[in-house]
Design a binder for this molecule. Structure first.
Ligand SMILES: Nc1ncnc2c1ncn2[C@@H]1O[C@H](COP(=O)(O)OP(=O)(O)O)[C@@H](O)[C@H]1O
Ligand SMILES: [Mg+2]
Length: 278
């Protein structure tokens, strides 16, 4: 694959830290090794089983993964490998059957529900394949929603922040559109802005471009990289998109509920591994 400097997406308005110079995929430098003290996620021997029609389905079979604060990584693997289940466990949406998950230093497998919800709100933003926007609300209202649900901040402040976020994801001219009046890529941008509303340290995205064409996917990917570069947000993306995975400094491959490979690599080797299509 030809060396292609990553497109610079300018996210310079109020909600973002000063714009840092983006690096191209071949200039990522040496792979970073997560350290326990700076890890945002430390999952140890995580298992997850479901009871289904009288049978026990072992979906995660002892996953170990450490994710450093500020890392960007892809989780790949065949359908049914347990990718979404792992993301849900890390994101406190589901509880492991056994094992331990430290999220921002808190052992989430032992926290009561209300502490979990609070930690989730303070720490995590989610982007799903199906954006789950509320159809009767416009883009600004959808982005504000996490702030409205959380409470405690004036509506006007939330509106201003939602507007700034929408502007930053390139939707300045679509703020008052409802989801049904937006393209698939625009809807996913709204979902991304919504995920950033409460300034999460960790952004978890489950096949966020699964429904989008390759040009639109590529723009969304550029936004992920820009968010990471400028905010230091840790980003974990489950993806089938070979090009996105190939551009990541770290790729974790799951198979049958286990980590098959966990590769940290320089941009150079990531580029070399990129397939011609995807
Ligand atoms: N709530 C559930 N009850 C029963 N089985 C489930 C449940 N959630 C997921 N599974 C099963 O677990 C396996 C892994 O699912 P998932 O994590 O969604 O895979 P992936 O995201 O890698 O495609 C699948 O075989 C799926 O059918
Ligand atoms: Mg899935």
């Amino acid at each position: 694959m030809k060396h292609r400097p990553r497109r610079v997406v300018k996210l310079s308005a109020a909600a973002f830290a000063p714009v840092a110079q983006l690096k191209c995929a071949t200039c990522l430098g040496p792979p970073r090794i997560p350290k326990l003290e700076s890890a945002i996620v430390v999952a140890r021997n995580v298992t997850k089983s479901f009871r289904h029609m009288g049978r026990t389905l072992e979906v995660l079979r002892g996953v170990d993964i450490m994710i450093d604060n500020g890392e960007v990584l892809a989780i790949v693997g065949p359908s049914g490998a347990g990718k979404s289940t792992l993301l849900h466990c890390i994101g406190t949406l589901d509880v492991p059957t056994s094992g331990s998950i430290l999220l921002a230093g808190e052992e989430i497998t032992r926290l009561p529900g209300w502490r979990l919800a609070d930690l989730r709100n303070r720490t995590i933003g989610f982007v799903f394949q199906f954006h789950h926007l509320l159809p009767e609300f416009n883009a600004v209202e959808n982005v504000m929603m996490p702030g409205l649900v959380q409470g405690g901040r004036p509506r006007l402040e939330l509106e201003v922040r939602a507007g700034a976020l929408l502007e930053e994801v390139g939707l300045k001219d679509r703020m008052l559109h409802r989801p049904g009046e937006l393209s698939g890529g625009e809807q996913q941008r709204v979902a991304l802005a919504r995920a950033l509303m409460l300034e999460p340290k960790l952004l978890l995205a489950d096949e966020p471009t699964g429904n989008l064409d390759s040009a639109t996917s590529s723009q969304i990917h550029d936004l992920f990289f820009a968010i990471n570069e400028q905010r230091g947000t840790t980003i974990v993306v489950v993806t089938h998109n070979a090009n996105l995975a190939a551009s990541m400094p770290r790729v974790v491959a799951l198979r049958d509920g286990r980590v098959e490979t966990d590769e940290r690599r320089s941009g150079q080797s990531a580029e070399r591994r990129a397939p011609a299509t995807g």
